[in-house]
Design a protein around this ligand. Structure first.
Ligand SMILES: Cc1ncc(COP(=O)(O)O)c(C=O)c1O
Length: 488
C-alpha cells in the first residue's frame, strides 16, 4: 500500500536560498558601508512604538509577496544603527562582520549545545575559548567554564553555584530554609540583574545585603566586616560577595584583591560580574583594574559587550570546574546516561538553559580572526578615548564630569550657573531626549546621587575624538537654548 503524499510543500529551496542570500549580503554590505561613515542616516530613526507596530502588521494567512530584500531593507531602515560612529549609548556592541557571517551559518545548521551530540563543533570550540580565558585570568589547573545567553543568566549561574556550594544543606533539593537564610554582599552599584537574581532564587530582599560605594562608585570593602556582622545578627548567613568589574552606570572597578582577602578569610564564594569590563584581560596597560581576578570562584564575561560579538554571548568561568556541576545537581535521565553526568561536553547539566545557540563557535571565530593583539588595541583605544573625553569635559565651564573614567564609560552633564540640581536634571534629561529623537547621536543617562548625568559607552571601534567633540558642541547648543528659554 502506498503512503499518501504529504500536502505540505517543502519549504527548502536551495536555489532561492542562494539567490536571496547573495542579495542579503549585498544589502548588508551596502548598509555597513553607509552606517560606518555616519553620514545621511540618523543613529536611531525615532518612531512612535504604536505606529511602528502598525507599520509591521502582517497577514497571518501567509503567502506574503514582499521580496525578501524589500523586507530586509524595512527592518534596517527602522533599526538603531549600532555601527554608526555616533552610537555611544548602551553596552551593546557593533559586531565584527565575521561573527555575523559565522552566525548566519550556525543559524542554519541550528546545532544547539545542550549535549555534545547536538553541537559537537560548538562544544569543541567552546572548550578552546574556555582554556584561553582560563589562562588570561590566571587560573591554575582545574578551571572550567560554560556559555550562557547573556550576563543576567551568567550571573545567575555563578550565584546559584555559590548558593549550592556554600550552604550546609542541599538547598537545590530541599529549598530555602527560613533559619540562616543565605545572603549575598552586593555593591550598591551592582547591575540590577545581581539583586534580581537573588529574588529569582526565592531569597527575597533581606538576602540582598547592599554595600555602599566610595566617591569613585567602587564597593567600600572596608565596610565588609561590619556589614557581614550586622547581617548575621539579623539571621542572614553571608555566603558570597559579588564584585563588579566594572559597574554599569559609571564603569568603576571594585577592588578585587580586597574582596578576595575578605572572601577567603570567611570561606565565602567570590563572584565577579565582569560582563562589561573583563576585556582588560587583553591589555597590559589596564590589566591592573582586575588584579586578584584569579582568586574569584566565578567570573562572568560578556562577548556581546566589549568583545565585539553579536548578542547574546556570555562566558561564565569557574576557578574549580567541579563546582559548576553542583549548581544543578538534578538528574535528567533522558538526556544523560548516568556515567556521563560529569563530563564537560554535555553542557546542559551546568546551565539554566537546555538548548542554546552555538555561542562557542561565534566567540571562537572572533578570537581566531582578530586575536589577542587586536583586542588589546581595541580596549586600550576605547579606554584612552574616554580619558581624552574627560579632559575635554573638565576644561569646559558649561560641562561637569561625574568622575574620572576607569573604563570606556563616562558620566557628565551640562551645567549652568544659578540653576539647582532639580532644574539641571530636567535640562539634561531634555538634552538627551532631543539628541536621540533628532538622531544625531545615541547616548543614555544615569542617575547618581540624585543627579541626572549623560552617560557614554565608547564601544564602537570607529568612534573618534572628533565625533565626541561634535557631541559636546551639540549638547552645549541644546543646553544653552533650554537655559535661554527658561530665562524668558
Ligand atoms: C555589569 C553588567 N552585568 C550584567 C549585565 C546584564 O547583561 P545582559 O544584558 O547580557 O543580560 C549588564 C548589562 O548591561 C552589565 O552592565
Amino acid at each position: 500500500m502506498s503512503l499518501p503524499k504529504s500536502k505540505i510543500p517543502t519549504p527548502f529551496n536551495p536555489e532561492n536560498f542562494r539567490k536571496e542570500g547573495h542579495i542579503l549580503v549585498d544589502t548588508l554590505s551596502d548598509y555597513l558601508e553607509k552606517a560606518l561613515t555616519g553620514k545621511e542616516m540618523p543613529v536611531l530613526p525615532w518612531n512612535d512604538p504604536d505606529r511602528l507596530t502598525e507599520y509591521f502588521s502582517f497577514d497571518s494567512a501567509g503567502g506574503e509577496k514582499e521580496p525578501l530584500d524589500s523586507f530586509i531593507k524595512r527592518i534596517i531602515d527602522n533599526s538603531i544603527h549600532i555601527h554608526h560612529p555616533h552610537y555611544i549609548g548602551h553596552q551593546v556592541t557593533s559586531p565584527l562582520p565575521v561573527t555575523a557571517l559565522v552566525q548566519f551559518c550556525t543559524t542554519l545548521l541550528n546545532n544547539g549545545a545542550a549535549i555534545y551530540e547536538m553541537g559537537p563543533v560548538n562544544m569543541a570550540m567552546e572548550k578552546n575559548v574556555i582554556n584561553e580565558f582560563g589562562s588570561l585570568i590566571g587560573y591554575q589547573t582545574g578551571f572550567d567554564g560554560i556559555f550562557t545567553h547573556g550576563g543576567t543568566a551568567g550571573n545567575l549561574t555563578g550565584m546559584l553555584a555559590a548558593r549550592q556550594v556554600k550552604t550546609d544543606y542541599n538547598i537545590w533539593e530541599d529549598g530555602v530554609r527560613e533559619k540562616d537564610k543565605p545572603g549575598y554582599l552586593i555593591s550598591e552599584q551592582a547591575h540590577y540583574s545581581v539583586g534580581r537574581n537573588v529574588k529569582i532564587m526565592g531569597l527575597g530582599d533581606d538576602s540582598i545585603i547592599k554595600v555602599p560605594v566610595d566617591k569613585h562608585f567602587r564597593m567600600r570593602t572596608d565596610l565588609l566586616e561590619e556589614i557581614k556582622r550586622n547581617a548575621e545578627k539579623n539571621g542572614i548567613r553571608i555566603i558570597s560577595v559579588v564584585a563588579s568589574s566594572c559597574s554599569t552606570a559609571t564603569g568603576s572597578y571594585d577592588n578585587l584583591e580586597a574582596v578576595a582577602d575578605f572572601s577567603e578569610k570567611h570561606g565565602l564564594w567570590m563572584h565577579v560580574d565582569g560582563a562589561h569590563g573583563m576585556g582588560v584581560l587583553f591589555s597590559e596597560k589596564y590589566r591592573d583594574r582586575v588584579n586578584g581576578i584569579e582568586r574569584a570562584d566565578s567570573v562572568v564575561i560578556d562577548f556581546h559587550k566589549m568583545l565585539l560579538v553579536p548578542a547574546l554571548n556570555t562566558l561564565v568561568m569557574f576557578r574549580n570546574g567541579e563546582r559548576s556541576f553542583e549548581t544543578f545537581a538534578q538528574k535528567a535521565s533522558y538526556l544523560f546516561q548516568k556515567s556521563q553526568q560529569n563530563v564537560w561536553y554535555n553542557s546542559a547539566s551546568r546551565t539554566i538553559e537546555c538548548t542554546k545557540s552555538a555561542l562557542g563557535i561565534i566567540a571562537y571565530s572572533a578570537l581566531k580572526y582578530y586575536g589577542n593583539d587586536y583586542y588589546r588595541h581595541y580596549i586600550e583605544s576605547r579606554y584612552d578615548l574616554a580619558s581624552s573625553f574627560a579632559v575635554m569635559v573638565r576644561s569646559d565651564k558649561q560641562l561637569q564630569l561625574a568622575l574620572e573614567p576607569e573604563s570606556n564609560i563616562t558620566c557628565f552633564r551640562f551645567t549652568a550657573e544659578g540653576y539647582n540640581d532639580q532644574v539641571l536634571n530636567q535640562i539634561n534629561h531634555e538634552i538627551r531626549d532631543r539628541i536621540i529623537k533628532e538622531g544625531s547621536f545615541y547616548i543614555v543617562q544615569a542617575e547618581l546621587e540624585g543627579k541626572t548625568w549623560l552617560r557614554l559607552t565608547i564601544i564602537n571601534p570607529v568612534t573618534s575624538v572628533n565625533d565626541l567633540k561634535e557631541l559636546l558642541l551639540r549638547i552645549k547648543e541644546i543646553g544653552t537654548q533650554l537655559v535661554l528659554k527658561r530665562e524668558l
